[in-house]
Design a protein around this ligand. Structure first.
Ligand SMILES: CSC[C@H]1O[C@H](OP(=O)(O)O)[C@H](O)[C@@H]1O
Ligand SMILES: Nc1ncnc2[nH]cnc12
Length: 338
């Protein structure tokens, strides 16, 4: 067991914390029940530097398999005791790059992740991401709630559930969920002045990676109006939309990419340093969002009632002409529709 003082890692004056190894984390998860019966509507997808959500009670660890393979990590079910009412809410947590950060951005099984979350009842996702900043005003450790995405992935990641004989097209003009975004923004603002700096909007450029951008690319993205840059928003956001899940990403800036005169280039050390230093703020931010989403006034939003049934209008292939294999997969994902 390794003991690390957060003070050594950051300016935050926090007591000593126990940092668990990935192996210990995996062992602890394996000791939890592998089924969960209650409703789970909200999920958090943790990215770089956020492989679990500390401070929540872990009650189960699920390992569902889907027609698109197995998810990046076991899905941990957490019980969250809400601050403003007596409710205990179940939240699913998935680690995007795996428990040992063994999956590169292009290897993340995004279809399995989204399908598995939907299959356990999840209808809204708060996705966390470490991003580079493309704007001077977005400083390292600032949070950004993006409202747009520019796709710079290279078509090597499977990005749809509808293929192999069943075609569907879904609207993606607004790639994030405005309802969830508004709740997240209000929560972020409520923490401002207490270590959290929030930017309400932004255009997120999603590159293929795993290499960071060239300086020329970084400057082009700035000229396109890019605010922040990562390697993870897509196809996650597209698949969530197809699965009728309300999806919003919370970005935390960890560097100025390579366009800024002050940076020779981005390094993983730089990214991890800022992530660790701001981990407590990230945790407080997510906790506040979960508290807010648990409120009765957000019940319909969290269940994504505004998206329910929408996929049926996107399907172009008449059902009698569906390929049987594709139908099998889609009936797994949407058992009550197809
Ligand atoms: C380690 S730097 C690049 C890495 O960080 C971001 O990860 P995530 O979005 O999962 O937090 C970025 O997208 C890259 O995958
Ligand atoms: N500069 C950057 N480019 C892409 N993804 C990132 N994640 C964190 N910083 C990044």
């Amino acid at each position: 067991m390794r003991w690390v003082g957060l003070r050594q890692l950051s300016s935050l004056s926090k007591p000593l914390r126990r940092i668990e190894s990935a192996k210990q984390l995996a062992r602890r998860m394996a000791s939890l029940p592998d089924t969960y019966d209650g409703p789970v509507r909200i999920a958090v997808i943790g990215g770089t530097g956020l492989r679990e959500l500390p401070g929540f009670t872990q009650v189960a660890s699920l390992s569902p398999s889907t027609p698109w393979g197995t998810p990046s990590s076991p899905i941990t079910i957490l019980h969250h005791q809400c601050k403003h009412n007596d409710k205990v809410v179940a939240v699913a947590f998935l680690s995007r790059h795996g428990l040992h950060h063994q999956l590169a951005p292009h290897e993340v099984p995004a279809r399995a992740n989204i399908a598995a979350l939907r299959s356990i009842g999840v209808r809204s996702i708060i996705a966390f991401s470490a991003v580079g900043s493309l704007q001077e005003a977005i400083k390292p450790r600032d949070f950004v709630i993006p409202d747009q995405i520019i796709d710079r992935t290279k078509g090597v990641r499977p990005w749809t559930f509808f293929e192999g004989g069943v075609v569907a097209h879904v609207p993606f003009g607004d790639p994030f969920d405005e309802g969830i975004a508004n709740v997240v923004r209000a929560c972020g603002h409520s923490l401002e002045g207490d270590g959290v700096v929030l930017h309400d909007q932004g255009t997120l450029v999603c590159i293929e990676g795993p290499q960071f951008s060239t300086r020329a690319e970084s400057k082009v993205y700035r000229s396109w109006g890019g605010s922040v840059i990562n390697m993870s928003a897509l196809p996650e956001a597209k698949l969530a939309r197809e699965a009728e899940i309300a999806y919003q990403m919370i970005c935390m800036s960890t560097d100025y990419d390579c366009w800024h005169e002050s940076t020779a280039g981005v390094t993983v050390e730089m990214v991890m340093g800022h992530m660790k230093a701001n981990a407590e703020n990230a945790r407080r931010f997510v906790t506040t969002v979960l508290d807010a989403l648990a409120g009765d006034e957000h019940s319909e939003l969290v269940q994504a009632k505004h998206l329910a049934g929408s996929i049926k209008f996107g399907v172009s292939t008449p059902q009698p002409h569906w390929n049987p294999e594709a139908r099998k997969k889609l009936s797994w994902l949407f058992p009550s529709y197809f």
